[in-house]
Design a protein around this ligand. Structure first.
Ligand code: GSH
Length: 221
């Protein structure tokens, strides 16, 4: 199998970590879905987004959730990080949906600040997204009562949370500095010691971290 996309992308990394936790081998294609890289990504995904997982027969799976669904299928019910049915499955899916929602908001702000002229940034909308990010992470932090989020064992809810928190705090350190999500920190630190996480560290930032933080005190803005 061949995984397209850099580990800088939290969506790519959650797939890569899951594959490693399942003991699945893959070749890694470090392509970027921006600028000139878009053309390469379009060969495997018409909307030029990563991750993409190419199967040995050439079939290309897109979107981290759809890819992980396939990985769970081949890992089998005893190893899959998302239970096949029942209350535990619903709980895992709820956490993962909230985590993905937080990431959507974070990435939307990054794109706004990276790709739109500063004069056109719509700051009330950015502030609304930031509030959702804060509320989401705080809610999850309050839900951690044990070593793992659900059922006394590691699930995809823990894996994705650690990947996303790692990405978020790395890309916007000043924004997250006062979040005080101690239990998410502890969970992330623990998982970062796993080989699957160590072997998928981002090499360089996909988007600049040099961007000014928002809100800023600037005349006329
Ligand atoms: N819902 C998708 C999101 C994937 C995504 O947003 N990937 C980013 C990289 S972090 C991308 O390819 N962005 C380029 C674009 O959207 O044009 C998933 O879970 O895989």
């Amino acid at each position: 199998m061949r995984l397209y996309g850099r580990y800088n992308s939290p969506y790519v990394r959650r797939v890569a970590v899951t594959m490693r936790l399942y003991g699945l081998d893959y070749e890694h294609e470090n392509i970027i879905p921006f600028d000139d890289g878009k053309r390469d990504v379009t060969r495997v995904n018409p909307i030029a987004r990563v991750p993409v997982l190419e199967l040995p027969d050439g079939e290309c799976l897109v979107d981290s959730t759809a890819i992980i669904d396939y990985l769970d299928e081949i890992a089998g019910p005893d190893h899959a990080l998302i239970p096949r049915a029942g209350s535990k499955r619903r709980q895992v899916l709820k956490f993962v949906a909230i985590e993905l929602g937080i990431m959507d908001k974070l990435v939307a702000i990054l794109y706004e600040r990276q790709f739109r002229p500063k004069k056109k940034w719509h700051r009330p909308w950015i502030a609304a997204c930031e509030a959702q990010i804060r509320d989401g992470f705080n809610w999850i932090d309050n839900e951690i009562h044990d070593d793992w989020l659900i059922s006394g064992q590691m699930t995809q809810a823990d894996v994705s949370l650690a990947v996303f928190w790692d990405f978020a705090t790395r890309i916007r350190p000043r924004f997250f500095a006062d979040f005080n999500c101690r239990d998410i920190d502890i969970m992330t630190e623990k998982l970062n010691n796993f080989p699957a996480f160590q072997q998928t560290l981002a090499v360089e930032e996909a988007l600049s971290t040099e961007l000014p933080e928002y809100p800023e005190k600037e005349a006329g803005q």
